[in-house]
Write a protein that binds this ligand. Structure first.
Ligand code: NAI
Length: 478
C-alpha cells in the first residue's frame, strides 16, 4: 500500500515500534477500549483529522482509532513535539515495512518551520479523492481554527490584509490560507460542511472553543476532553509533575535542589510543576492573578509573590498560565546570570520571545537544539528552552504513557460519542458524562493494584447514589 506522508526518517520505524509496544503495556485504558469495541467498529466511516503532539503515546491513540474502524490523517500541534521514531512507526504500521506501508499518513517531524507546520495541518484536512475529514481531534485548536478562519475568509473572498493578531506567526497562517484559497476557492466550504464534530484536548483549545460558541461562530459540536476529571486533574497535573523536570534535566542538567524556582500560574499545570520542583528541593515561588489559586498555593506552603519582586533573584522561571506576555523582555533583562526560562503552557506567547530578540545588542547562541543562551550587552545571559514553546515536549518526550492513557481514553470515547450520535449534539461545547469519566479511571485501577471499596445497597441509598455510580454530583470539584 502507498499513500502520501511526510516524516523525518522511515528507518526509525523499528525503534518506534519497540517503544509503542512498551507504551501499550502502560496504556491499559486505551487497550481495554480497543478490546471492548473491536467487534462493533464504532468509528467505521470516521475520517479523523488529528492535530496532536506526534509522540509514542499518540501513536497508540492513532492505532486505537484505526482499530475501531477510523481512517486517520495526523499532524503534530507543535513544531518541536514530534518523536520522529513514533511518526515513522505509525506510517509503517504494526505489520508493514518501509516498502509496504500499512499505517496512517502522518505529516510531522521534530523541528518544523512555521510554514511547514501549517502545511502539515492543511495536509490532515486535505484527503485524497476529494472527500474531506468528517471529524477533528484537536490539541490547542489549530486545526479547528484553520477550518473556521478558512471558511470566514473564503466567504469574504480574501484573506484580510490587517487582522487583530499582527504577529509574524499569524502572518504565516494567513499566507497558508491564501495559498489554499488560490488552489481551491471552495475548499473550506467543503471541509466545514463535512465535519460532524471536534474533540479538544487542552485548556487553551477549549478556551478558544467556548469563545466561538459564545459568539455563535462554532461550526460544529465540540467535546471538551480537557475538563474530564480524568484528563485535566491527571494529565495537566501529574503529567507535568513528571515531564517538567524531565525537560529541565535533558535541556540543562542543572541541579534543581536549593535553587529558587518561580512558577507563573497555579492552575492544574502549575500545581504539578510547583510540586515537582519542590520534590527536587527547589524553593518554589508562585505567581497568580486568581485569589483562590493564590490561596491554594500559600496553603501548600509556597511563597506567592509578584514576578517584579523576585525576578532578579530566582534561578528558574516556568510559565503555566495559558495567558500572554507573562514574562516580558523587560523581566528577562533583569534576571540573574544564567537564569533558565521556560514555558509549559500551550502557546509560546507566555514569554515575549519577539521582544527578547529586539533587546539592543542581544546575542543568541545555540547550546543544542531547543536550548539557547541569550546574552545581553553587559555579558550576562539567560537560557531559554524550546524558544518559549512548551518545553516538556520540546526538550523531553512529554507526559508518560500511563497518564496519557487516561487522556486518550477520554479522547477515544469522545470521538465515538460525537461520530455515532451526531444528531444529539448542537453547535456547542460539551463535556463527557461523569459515568464515562469514572469508567476511564476504573480502567486504570488494576494496573496499579488499587482495590476499590464497594458501596452496599444501603450505603448507596444513604448517599443518594447508585451502587454502580456516578458517585459525585456535577458540581463536585475533586
Ligand atoms: P488553568 O486555567 O487551570 O491554570 C492557569 C492558571 O494561570 C490559572 O490559575 C490562572 O489564574 C493563572 N494565570 C493566568 N494568567 C496569569 C498571569 N498573568 N500571571 C500568573 N498567573 C496567571 O490551566 P491549565 O490546565 O493549568 O493549563 C495551563 C496551560 O498549559 C494551557 O495553555 C494548557 O493548554 C497547557 N497545558 C500544557 C500541557 C503540557 O503538557 N505542556 C498539559 C496540559 C495543559
Amino acid at each position: 500500500m502507498s499513500f502520501d506522508y511526510k516524516v523525518a526518517d522511515l528507518g526509525l520505524a523499528e525503534a518506534g515500534r519497540h517503544q509503542l509496544r512498551l507504551a501499550e503495556h502502560e496504556m491499559p485504558g486505551l487497550m481495554a477500549i480497543r478490546e471492548e469495541y473491536a467487534a462493533a467498529q464504532p468509528l467505521k466511516g470516521a475520517r479523523i483529522a488529528g492535530s496532536l503532539h506526534m509522540t509514542v503515546q499518540t501513536a497508540v491513540l492513532i492505532e486505537t482509532l484505526t482499530a475501531l474502524g477510523a481512517e486517520v490523517r495526523w499532524a503534530s500541534c507543535n513544531i518541536y513535539s514530534t518523536q520522529d521514531e513514533a511518526a515513522a512507526a505509525v506510517v509503517v504500521g504494526p505489520h508493514g515495512s518501509a516498502d509496504d506501508l500499512q499505517g496512517v499518513p502522518v505529516f510531522a517531524w521534530k523541528g518544523e518551520t512555521l510554514p511547514e507546520y501549517w502545511w502539515c495541518t492543511d495536509q490532515i484536512l486535505t484527503w485524497p479523492g476529494g472527500e474531506g475529514p468528517n471529524m477533528i481531534l484537536d490539541d490547542g485548536g489549530d486545526a479547528t481554527m484553520l477550518v473556521h478562519k478558512g471558511l470566514e475568509w473564503e466567504k469574504a473572498g480574501q484573506v484580510p490584509a490587517t487582522t487583530e493578531d499582527d504577529s509574524e506567526e499569524f502572518g504565516v497562517f494567513k499566507e497558508l490560507v491564501r495559498q489554499t484559497m488560490a488552489v481551491d476557492p471552495q475548499k473550506w466550504t467543503t471541509v466545514a460542511a463535512g465535519i460532524k464534530g471536534v474533540t479538544e484536548e487542552t485548556t487553551t483549545g477549549v478556551h478558544r472553543l467556548y469563545q466561538l460558541a459564545e459568539t455563535g461562530e462554532l461550526l460544529f459540536p465540540a467535546i471538551n476532553v480537557n475538563d474530564a476529571v480524568t484528563k485535566s486533574k491527571f494529565d495537566n497535573t501529574y503529567g507535568c509533575r513528571h515531564s517538567l523536570i524531565d525537560g529541565l534535566n535533558r535541556a540543562t542538567d542543572v541541579l534543581i535542589g536549593g535553587k529558587v524556582a518561580v512558577v507563573a500560574g497555579y492552575g492544574d499545570v502549575g500545581k504539578g510543576c510547583a510540586e515537582s520542583l519542590r520534590g527536587q528541593g527547589a524553593r518554589v515561588i508562585v505567581t497568580e492573578i486568581d485569589p483562590i489559586c493564590a490561596l491554594q498555593a500559600a496553603m501548600e506552603g509556597f511563597q506567592v509573590a509578584r514576578l517584579e519582586d523576585v525576578v532578579d533573584s530566582a534561578d528558574i522561571f516556568i510559565t503555566t498560565t495559558g495567558c500572554y506576555d507573562v514574562i516580558t523582555a523587560d523581566h528577562m533583562t533583569k534576571m540573574k546570570n544564567k537564569a533558565i526560562v521556560a514555558n509549559i503552557g500551550h502557546f509560546d506567547n507566555e514569554i515575549d520571545m519577539a521582544g527578547l530578540a529586539r533587546v539592543p545588542g542581544i546575542q543568541k547562541t545555540e547550546i543544542k537544539p531547543q536550548v539557547h543562551e541569550w546574552t545581553f550587552e553587559g555579558g550576562s545571559s539567560i537560557i531559554v528552552l524550546s524558544e518559549g514553546r512548551l518545553m516538556n515536549l520540546g526538550n523531553a518526550t512529554g507526559h508518560p504513557s500511563f497518564v496519557m492513557s487516561n487522556s486518550f481514553s477520554n479522547q477515544t470515547i469522545a470521538q465515538i460519542e460525537l461520530f455515532t450520535k451526531t444528531g444529539e449534539y448542537d453547535k456547542q461545547v460539551y463535556t463527557l458524562p461523569k459515568h464515562l469519566d469514572e469508567k476511564v479511571a476504573r480502567l486504570h485501577l488494576d494496573a496499579l493494584g488499587v482495590k476499590l471499596t464497594e458501596l452496599t445497597k444501603g450505603q448507596a441509598e444513604y448517599l443518594g447514589v447508585d451502587v454502580a455510580g456516578p458517585y459525585k454530583p456535577e458540581h463536585y470539584r475533586y
